[in-house]
Design a protein around this ligand. Structure first.
Ligand code: UDP
Length: 335
């Protein structure tokens, strides 16, 4: 297939672009490089720097495109609470424009990068796709709004789409992995401690209603996640919008993740308990049974040790180069 991958210079987008190229697809990456890295875009992809939807529309106007994989988005929960208007503009308004561009240029196959944040605080785990969606922050709300818009486009205009609701994506695929200017995610932060770029990791609360008092999350390897996008593209049917959760089905506490990082890196990784982070649910675990049964998704890298080992191989080779570049830009984390 000839594919447009928006946000293909970001973490998940660049791994997906690589996996799709390896599967024999042709890939054009569109990314404005606000948070993405040009060097993460696979050499075999065509790269266009620009925004969704205007540049996406120009690219699709060239003709011959079979599908769109849409990653480009703002994705920091804390930031979304501070500047929600930017999330509604860059996520929802931009995606409405992309849907119109697809309609105009008769491209009907879409895979959308959605999130577990659409569910908010779950009533029970594991979370299935038929459970209530009550996002607790604008990030989750904008992704849910887009899911609704896609359903309408599928019904009225024949788009064939799949929304994939990611749980905690981690790991790396060779030379592509997590490398953000503003890092807020647990595993890359812990690995920065192991590299000596941070003194310690803060544990956000140890009084949660979980076995060891720290939050429990479902970590999914980015390669397994990427493969799900490939399956979705191959099976989308005009007029239908499917929604699937993507996780491993196993929950690990913050303390368990830190311990695994100690084992894998051989570093003591000092940790200190800090207050709870606003908006964090205690436990998030996915049921991915639906995508396994319907699409035959068969994750290969489900154990936490493999996820951390691959992330560590990536982070340690990135090393001081990325750290110096990050320092030079002096950014302030928003969460
Ligand atoms: N977390 C933590 N310290 C950190 C970053 C994250 O204790 O420095 C916790 C966070 O409260 C959550 C889990 O680690 O329970 C995973 O957080 P992350 O930001 O990686 O993903 P999220 O679950 O928010 O999507």
């Amino acid at each position: 297939m000839k594919l447009l991958v928006t946000g293909g210079a970001g973490y998940v987008g660049s791994v997906c672009a690589k996996v799709l190229l390896e599967a024999g697809h042709s890939v054009t990456v569109l990314d404005n490089l606000t948070t993405g890295n040009r060097e993460a875009v696979p050499a075999e992809a065509t790269f266009v720097q620009g925004d969704v939807p205007d540049m996406a529309s120009e690219i699709l106007a060239d003709g011959g495109y079979d599908g769109v994989v849409h990653f480009a988005a703002r994705s920091l929960v804390g930031e979304s609470m501070e500047v929600p208007e930017e999330y509604w503009r860059d996520n929802v308004v931009a995606t409405l424009g992309l849907l119109e561009a697809m309609r105009r240029h008769e491209v009907t196959n879409l895979v959308f990068s959605s999130t577990a944040a659409t569910y908010g605080e779950p009533e029970q785990v594991p979370i299935t796709e038929d459970m209530a969606t009550n996002p607790t922050n604008p990030y989750g709300a904008t992704k849910l709004a887009i899911d609704y818009a896609i359903t309408s486009y599928a019904q009225a205009h024949g788009i064939g789409a799949t929304s994939l609701r990611y749980f905690n994506v981690a790991g790396a695929y060779g030379e592509v992995g997590e490398n953000r200017d503003v890092e807020t995610h647990l595993i890359p932060l812990i690995l920065q401690v192991a590299l000596g770029h941070r003194d310690k990791i803060f544990i956000f609360g140890e009084d949660w209603p979980t076995p060891d008092g720290t939050c429990v999350r479902d970590y999914i390897h980015v390669r397994d996640l990427a493969h799900a996008h490939e399956l979705a593209l191959e099976t989308n049917r005009p007029g239908s919008h499917r929604i699937y959760n993507l996780g491993s089905g196993d929950g690990y506490s913050v303390r368990e993740v830190i311990d695994m990082c100690r084992t894998v890196t051989g570093h003591p990784i000092p940790a200190e308990v800090a207050p709870r982070r606003a908006g964090d649910p205690a436990t998030l675990i996915a049921s991915s049974r639906k995508i396994m049964e319907e699409l035959g998704w068969d994750p290969q890298y489900t154990d936490l040790e493999t996820i951390v080992t691959d992330a560590w191989a990536f982070t340690s080779q990135l090393g001081d180069r990325a750290h110096s570049a990050r320092r030079a830009r002096t950014v302030t984390p928003s969460r």
